[in-house]
Ligand binder design. Structure first.
Ligand SMILES: Cc1ncc(COP(=O)(O)O)c(C=O)c1O
Length: 356
């Protein structure tokens, strides 16, 4: 077997407990819960006290309902046309545009609807208050009653510090005021991801924060205290064999590594096919508590320059409490969620440990 993604369950729960805003946190569990595993993460978040979840997949939303029963709110952030399951499983759905409303307005009754605002990020959502006015006028004329339970947007700039986040936030706050002035009173107003929550606390008029990466123990931006974001996972792999190289010998595709002097390298059973980002190979790994340079990364193998302290039975760590995923994000390897999302669940082993 190749590498292993190991999660310390107690630490995972502890991190979620300490980062969440009690009774006001929607946990983002899209993409297999940032690859911590949907079932594992939802159950652990529920134990930590979280009572609301957001995902992009109807299938995942239904699984969450099966896992948690009717005591939690489940919000679909992608628009869906699966109104049957939305109703049956009491899912909160997103209304992303006037076009969607026009196409499906007769299907939307008796479903919790969250109006989405596109804002500066502009991936999806209503572009202006006029779109909403159009919808309200049409509802009036068609004698249609819809259940606008929620209002939300996504902050795409909350980890930027050049003023653009303030612009984004200002646009959104104006939109909330405009919506309230139209007489709509959503009980759930949510926008803030981890970075926004850390910067601002719960914003005025908001009922919930909608958190991902901080709950999973990674820092949303660099200038934060490690102790507030404790990573519960490690990624490690066994050594397959050692190779002795003499000065001038090369190794790997395109002679990726050339020995400057006689040396030993360890060939490790993990590669980019298991989801290790290629840029991660520009940095170190850890073996027996010491760091060693990675000199090549291939599809199923990684090559590490080692010394005599390294023995065949030792595990090679790419990520652990010291080699934090967020550390490499901030060194430019790729976003936290990019590394987590890339992990290959087909090829990596997975272990949950409970540290009592
Ligand atoms: C719509 C939406 N909300 C919330 C989040 C959570 O963001 P974060 O993981 O930075 O807390 C994400 C993450 O990508 C998202 O796409």
């Amino acid at each position: 077997m190749g590498g292993t993604f190991q999660i310390d369950e107690a630490q995972f729960i502890e991190q979620a407990r300490q980062f969440q805003l009690t009774d006001r946190t929607i946990a983002v569990v899209k993409n297999n819960a940032y690859n911590y595993g949907l079932e594992f993460a939802v159950k652990a978040f529920a134990i930590s006290g979280i009572r609301a979840f957001a995902t992009t997949s109807v299938d995942d939303a239904v699984k969450i309902r099966h896992m948690c029963g009717d005591k939690v709110d489940i919000i679909l952030m992608n628009p869906t046309t699966d109104f049957k399951r939305a109703r049956m499983f009491n899912l909160h759905i997103t209304l992303p545009s006037r076009d969607y409303y026009d196409a499906y307005k007769d299907e939307l009754h008796d479903i919790h609807i969250h109006l989405e605002y596109a804002g500066l990020f502009n991936r999806s959502g209503l572009s202006s208050i006029e779109e909403l006015e159009y919808i309200l006028n049409d509802m009036n004329e068609s004698d249609l009653e819809l259940n606008f339970t929620g209002l939300w947007t996504h902050f795409g700039y909350s980890d930027e510090f050049d003023g653009i986040y303030e612009t984004e936030r200002g646009m959104w706050e104006q939109f909330i005021s405009d919506v309230l002035e139209l007489g709509i009173k959503p009980s759930i107003i949510h926008a803030q991801n981890s970075a926004s929550y850390v910067r601002d606390g719960l914003l005025d008029k908001h009922s919930h924060v909608r958190l991902g990466i901080g709950l999973y123990g990674s820092k949303p931006y660099a200038d934060l205290d490690d102790t507030d974001f404790v990573q519960s996972s490690t990624l490690s792999a066994p050594i397959v064999q050692f190779r002795r190289l003499t000065a001038g010998m090369t190794l790997g595709y395109g002679a990726a590594f050339k020995a400057d002097e006689d040396c030993t390298v360890a060939v490790v059973d993990i590669g980019y096919g298991d989801g290790v980002l290629r840029a991660r190979a520009g940095h170190e790994c850890e073996i027996g508590g010491k760091t060693y340079p990675i000199v090549a990364l291939m599809m199923s193998h990684m090559v590490v320059l080692v010394d005599d302290d390294v023995e065949a039975h030792m595990s090679v760590y790419l990520y652990n409490k010291k080699l934090r995923i967020d550390k490499y994000t901030h060194l430019g390897v790729g976003a936290n969620s990019e590394q987590l999302g890339a992990l290959n669940y087909q090829s990596l082993g997975r272990e949950i440990i409970y540290d009592v």
